[in-house]
Ligand binder design. Structure first.
Ligand code: NAD
Length: 499
């Protein structure tokens, strides 16, 4: 693979590839086999300041580039992603650890999003409305805002940056991007391809480094009016507080504790397939992962035995091996956290049905592998049924009715994704209306969003914004209302003309 072998990478600021001012570095290491992927600048606040300065200068010209032309750059970017899809997929299996099919899907989402937002360059619709007065024209238009700080997690290292950067750019903003320190090589390739697509210097900048030094400076910088962050709830709260003094626009996409409901009339085979995919795909490290399965007692035993026997057949290994079903988790602290939740589940009295241990042997010791884990007889209030574990662990919760199922599904702090397996159209519509989440699937798992619909969640999953689709434009633009009076005289609106 081209990028393996401890290559030294740089920040990209104002169209130049530069080291951190301090000269300090950090390594990105593969969670699959412990090999070094590359060496990256460990940046500090002063590097962020330089990037913001470059982005601020570039904004004055970029905002005036016609939106369809901005869209054309994204179109070329999408084409470059297509051309480099194999290389990026391969790199993702090494740096992040996903299996190849999922890594390819991650890149494909960025392709889809970039094409979609390229088209948005010819829309960016506002409204025209009649005026209250004669010879007057009213309209609303979307205006860019300025420098956008983009802070991303490691679990969708190409897709998530695209969900933020593509709409930010087509709307006429410039960007300072801080990728996660676990997946910096993918962040860097993302920016290299944007550069190759023809973005002018300063329009996209990347600054590598940690949340404390780089992310926090971005969040507090007075010349960055918009922050878009995908990460954990805890980080979201910190970011929101840090941005408050500057009254920034803060867009947060945070954690999940997503549930799949399986009713007694469901196709149990289909449900089991959807659950395994949603619970153990990406080793459970998706914000939309199904970490709870709420099962009607009528099918509980059948579903449980099917899930356990299928989970035990899943093969763990590096993502680049074709027969791997489940890749590694991202790093050692994640492995330890996941394992600690197995202990918590057992202590709480849940029944460990399968998994519940670090996987070893056959070279797995070189990476961070955890066996697909299923708990049975879980009570809705247990910590394993309430807290985001972000690993291959799911909890089966028995219930007696659709009412109880919906109540249990809604009884958590998060509200990202939900799903119901049922053949009863009435129950399906109840679920669509009553599940308090930003996304609901019927007869499918909790994962698999498409880029042209809004993506995000209710309650503590975010702060009311949405990513993707038209909704994303609201994060990256301000509305301006414009009144054009062509009467040639001063017409007084907001005056009571009736009298
Ligand atoms: P994280 O919160 O640890 O880090 C996310 C990013 O924020 C990283 O780039 C990190 O360096 C940065 N950061 C950390 N502290 C910061 C601070 N004080 N100021 C500014 N930046 C800071 O999350 P993670 O472990 O990378 O990702 C996993 C989390 O992301 C999970 O909770 C998952 O549910 C969530 N997630 C949510 C969505 C969604 O769309 N809702 C999608 C993917 C992941």
């Amino acid at each position: 693979m081209r990028l393996l072998g401890a290559k030294t990478y740089k920040n990209y600021i104002g169209g130049e590839w530069v080291e951190a001012a301090s000269g300090e570095t950090f390594e990105s290491v593969s969670p699959a086999d412990g090999k070094t992927i590359g060496v990256f600048p460990r940046s500090a606040p002063e590097d962020v300041d330089r990037a913001v300065e470059a982005a601020k200068a570039a904004y004055e010209e970029w905002r005036l580039v016609p939106a369809p032309k901005r869209g054309e750059v994204l179109f070329r970017f999408a084409q470059l992603l297509v051309e480099h899809k194999d290389e990026l997929t391969d790199l993702m299996t090494h740096e992040m650890g996903k299996v190849r099919a999922e890594a390819g899907g991650d890149v494909q989402e960025a392709i889809d999003m970039s094409y979609y937002m390229a088209g948005e360059g010819r829309r960016l619709f506002g409204q025209t409305t009649p005026s209250e007065l004669r010879d007057k024209f009213n309209m609303s238009v979307r205006m860019p805002i300025g420098v956008v700080g983009v802070i991303t997690p490691w679990n969708f290292p190409i897709a998530i940056p695209s969900w933020k950067v593509a709409p930010a750019l087509v709307c006429g903003n410039t960007v300072v991007f801080k990728p996660a320190t676990d997946t910096p090589a993918l962040g860097e390739r993302f920016v290299e391809l944007l550069e190759e697509a023809g973005l002018p210097p300063g329009v996209i900048n990347i600054v590598h480094g940690g949340g404390g030094a780089v992310g926090d400076r971005l969040v507090r910088h007075p010349d960055v009016p918009v922050i878009t962050l995908t990460g954990s709830r805890e980080t979201g709260v910190e970011v929101l507080k840090a941005a408050a003094d500057n009254l920034k626009h803060v867009h947060l996409e945070l954690g999940g504790k997503n549930a799949i409901i399986v009713m007694d009339d469901a196709d149990v085979e289909l449900a089991a397939e959807g659950i395994l995919w949603s619970a153990f795909g990406t080793s459970g490290q998706r914000c939309t992962a199904a970490s709870r399965v709420i099962v009607h007692r009528g099918v509980y035993d059948a579903l449980q035995s099917k899930l356990v026997s299928d989970a035990e057949k899943m093969r763990l290994g590096p993502g680049w091996e074709e027969d791997t079903d489940v890749g590694p988790v991202i790093n050692k602290p994640a492995l330890e956290k996941i394992d600690s939740y197995t202990g918590i589940g057992k202590d709480e009295g849940a029944k460990l049905l399968t998994g519940g241990e670090v996987a070893s042997g056959n070279g797995l010791d070189r990476g961070f592998y955890y066996r697909p884990t299923i708990f049975g007889d879980v009570e809705p209030g247990m910590r394993i049924a309430q807290e985001e574990i972000f690993g291959p662990t799911t909890a089966l919760i028995p219930v007696d009715s659709i009412d109880e199922a919906i109540r249990v599904a809604n009884g958590v702090m998060y509200g990202l994704s939900s799903s119901i397996f049922t053949r009863d159209v009435n129950k399906a519509f109840r679920a669509m209306r009553d599940l308090d989440t930003g996304i609901t699937y019927i007869n499918a798992g909790t994962i698999g969003a498409e880029v042209h619909l809004p993506f995000g969640g209710t309650k503590d999953t975010g702060n009311g914004h949405r990513e993707a689709g038209q909704a994303a434009l609201d994060v990256f633009t301000e509305w301006k209302s414009i009144y054009v009076d062509y009467s040639g005289k001063l017409q007084k609106a907001q005056i009571d003309n009736a009298s």
